[in-house]
Design a protein around this ligand. Structure first.
Ligand code: FAD
Length: 374
């Protein structure tokens, strides 16, 4: 008979914590979930304003080719037929993304795949012999000047906060050219947005689970550790270890959201602004994720930002130094001092850019190793 009040305390009410909590509950285990934010759902949380689900921590589109994950989420929620087809705005002209026959027509007036391939080859010609040592050279080598200057340079420099000549070339391994008139951003088999928004999914996963929000684990770590046999931690791993080995780096975002007294602002959920001089990278019009017909609309301007203690750690910077640091933290996590008591998972503890399907896959994998013998 255990002396603990719970089997697991789960730190973080995001998607990773939600899947683990659901599976543990299903096995008859007792779990307590805590989150320092005042709501559950982590970064997929939506705030309902004017009847529109506003993606508060950045636009989210569910897409996967993993049938197990797709079947898993469909037990809890139905998905609509939203297909992500972003538009790029460069100097007042619009281009379709990802790079496809529509984009090539808009750039050069070419109408057939053969013409498009020939044009790309011509554009690449001056850069054929370079050995790319940074992102600028890599993009020119792969796609030539027009694509780079119109659709890649400004956007990427804003995202990374530095000139493309100072960004490593590995960021762009290949340019995803598509020689069909297909504006679907993703190649995955399954795609959509939950009908009723992402909170419908996380609320269903958390049904029957005890959640305490507005609670920071580190304000009372000892107490929470004593409450449960084990702790699943889904926050920042460097913070867990009190930055003993150093700080992991992130890029952050700043969002400015406005309610507009008009029905339809830009006719698309996602419009990228690829010019360097426009400080934001994207405008998101939230209602279009769910084909909303409300009288008003809500738009969010997205500004890339340095990460500091005052904003959110959104994108891990997986360069050589940070990858070495996370490997060392993971060794600490797996050491005898920690592995019997603590489990780690999710995008912050793994320091990985996990899409939602990756997060669910990783959480299900942990539940198999951790819960299947119980
Ligand atoms: P999180 O959602 O970050 O949850 C972790 C939770 O832990 C947070 O709620 C946090 O408050 C809590 N926490 C941390 N520290 C503590 C503490 N000390 N005490 C208590 N609580 C704590 N994926 C897609 O598939 N499609 C997309 O279009 C997409 N777009 C994205 C856009 C952006 C801007 C970002 C950042 C991510 C996007 N993702 C997308 C990825 C998706 O958000 C993640 O896969 C998913 O949300 C990860 O869930 P998680 O539980 O690991 O992390």
């Amino acid at each position: 008979m255990s002396n603990f009040q719970y089997d697991y305390v789960i730190v973080g009410a995001g998607l990773f914590g939600a899947v683990f909590a659901r599976e543990a509950l299903q096995k008859g285990l007792k779990v307590l979930v805590i989150d320092k934010r005042h709501h559950s759902g982590g970064n997929i949380y939506c705030e309902n304003i004017e009847g529109i689900n506003v993606h508060k921590y950045g636009a989210h589109i569910f897409h996967t080719s993993n049938k197990e994950v797709w079947n898993y989420v469909n037990q809890f929620v139905e998905f609509n037929h939203y297909v992500n087809s972003p538009i790029a705005n460069y100097r007042e002209k619009l281009y379709n993304l990802p790079f496809n026959m529509n984009t090539f027509y808009q750039l050069w007036g070419v109408k057939t795949p053969a013409e498009a391939r020939a044009k790309i080859e011509e554009q690449r010609q001056p850069y054929r012999d370079i050995e790319p040592s940074n992102l600028e050279e890599q993009a020119l080598f792969l796609g030539g000047k027009d694509l780079y200057e119109t659709l890649i340079k400004g956007y990427t420099e804003k995202q990374w906060g530095r000139p493309a000549t100072e960004i490593p070339s590995f960021i762009i391994k290949r340019l995803p050219f598509r020689f069909t008139f297909d504006n679907n951003y993703f190649n995955d088999l399954y795609q959509g947005v939950p009908i009723g928004g992402y909170n419908t999914l996380t609320n269903a996963l958390f049904e029957g689970v005890e959640i305490h929000t507005g609670v920071n684990y580190f304000d009372n770590k000892e107490k929470y550790d004593q409450l449960a046999r084990k702790v699943l931690y889904t926050g920042k791993i460097d913070e867990f270890f009190e930055y003993q080995l150093g700080k992991l780096e992130y890029r952050s975002l700043h969002f400015e959201t406005q309610v507009l007294d008009q029905e339809n602002y830009q006719g698309n959920a996602v419009v990228n602004y690829t010019e360097k001089d426009i400080p934001f990278t994207r405008i998101i019009e939230h209602k279009h994720f769910e084909f909303g017909t409300q009288e008003k609309t809500i738009v969010t301007h997205e500004y890339p930002h340095e990460f500091s203690k005052d904003n959110e750690p959104y994108y891990p910077i997986n360069d050589t130094d940070n990858n070495a640091l996370i490997a060392s933290y993971k060794e600490m996590a797996a050491s005898a001092d920690y592995c019997d008591k603590y489990l780690f998972g999710g995008r912050l503890a793994d320091y990985r850019y996990y899409d939602m399907d990756d997060t669910i896959e990783a959480a299900l994998s942990l539940t198999k190793t951790e819960l299947d013998n119980q």
